[in-house]
Design a protein around this ligand. Structure first.
Ligand code: OAD
Length: 271
């Protein structure tokens, strides 16, 4: 069956004092699906963080990192060849996280979680859901804030230098056990996903009453397979994304809206 595509339903209303108020009308079909859901599984991608100021993975990078393609930096081969370059890029990304905040969409999910079981599965390596007060069930692609040894995998929890300016080279710390280089505990291209996190995610999407797919292009598997798994198990799926994606034809409803505009409106409408 063809998915139902819902218009964003955003209206701009001028109000006194020159303040523009954003009114979002939540489509009735979406409200009907969400009202009856006690357990909601939410898969988020880079678009969930975009309105906090984190560029999406495939967006252009700024400053000195503009010359590098993230797809070539985020590989074990790049780290093995140039650990100081890759470490400097991640150090910069960690610094960026200290300059941004969760947005209204993150906070809306947290509020929803006070009334229903809202299980967040994220492909994002930032900590914006957590900083909005929402426990993350599964960080499918790891976390910027978790570190381990590239050689022996030993977790590393010592403080690390976070430069406040872009630098192109920064030596990673060395593992106290084997003197290997310390790396971010992130899933790089060509690496497998953490099995326990993926199993939690599979269980969540198959047992949920509803799956929301927010801000992901659906281009990277196996994460992109989770909405398909939900659908195969008869669980309705809703995509929240301003533009169509590779998953749009596979989801029950598509709401063309940003996470920061749509989620607060949806959660308020649920009451
Ligand atoms: P992408 O950058 O591929 O896709 C971001 C999606 O977010 C696009 O479909 C945008 O239309 C959408 N989007 C942008 N702004 C939005 C907003 N304000 N609200 C809602 N949606 C918005 O990011 P991902 O799908 O997350 O993996 O990419 C998946 C994985 O690809 C990443 O986790 C990364 C990369 O390979 C690893 O690093 C392992």
């Amino acid at each position: 069956m063809e998915p139902l595509i819902l218009p964003a339903g955003i209206a701009l209303h001028g109000s006194t004092g020159g303040i523009t108020v954003l009114m979002v009308e939540v489509p009735a079909e979406l409200l009907e699906l969400t009202r009856g859901a006690a357990r909601i599984s939410v898969l988020t991608g880079a678009g969930m963080s975009a309105e906090s100021g984190v560029p999406t993975f495939r967006d252009a990078q700024d400053g000195l990192w503009a010359q590098y393609d993230p797809m070539t930096l985020a590989t074990p081969e790049a780290f093995a060849d140039q650990p100081d370059l890759v470490w400097a890029w991640y150090a910069w990304r960690r610094h960026l996280m200290t300059t941004i905040e969760p947005h209204a969409g993150h906070r809306a999910l947290t509020r929803w979680g006070e009334h229903a079981a809202v299980e967040v599965i994220t492909q994002n390596v930032d900590d914006l859901h957590e900083r909005a007060g929402h426990h993350v069930l599964a960080h499918l692609h790891g976390s910027l804030f978790s570190l381990r040894c590239f050689d022996c995998d030993l977790p590393y929890d010592m403080p690390v230098e976070v430069p406040t300016q872009q630098v192109e080279r920064l030596e990673p710390p060395l593992c106290p056990a084997c003197l290997g280089h310390i790396r971010p505990d992130i899933v790089w291209f060509g690496e497998p996903l953490p099995v326990p996190a993926f199993e939690r995610a599979e269980q969540s999407v198959t047992e949920a009453d509803l799956v929301l797919v927010i801000g992901t292009s659906g281009a990277v598997f196996p994460a992109a397979g989770l909405p398909l798994l939900a659908r195969a198990n008869g669980v309705p799926t809703v995509e929240i994304n301003p533009v169509p994606t590779e998953l749009s034809h596979e989801t029950t409803l598509n709401w063309r809206i940003t996470a920061g505009a749509g989620l607060p409106a949806l959660v308020s409408a649920l009451g």
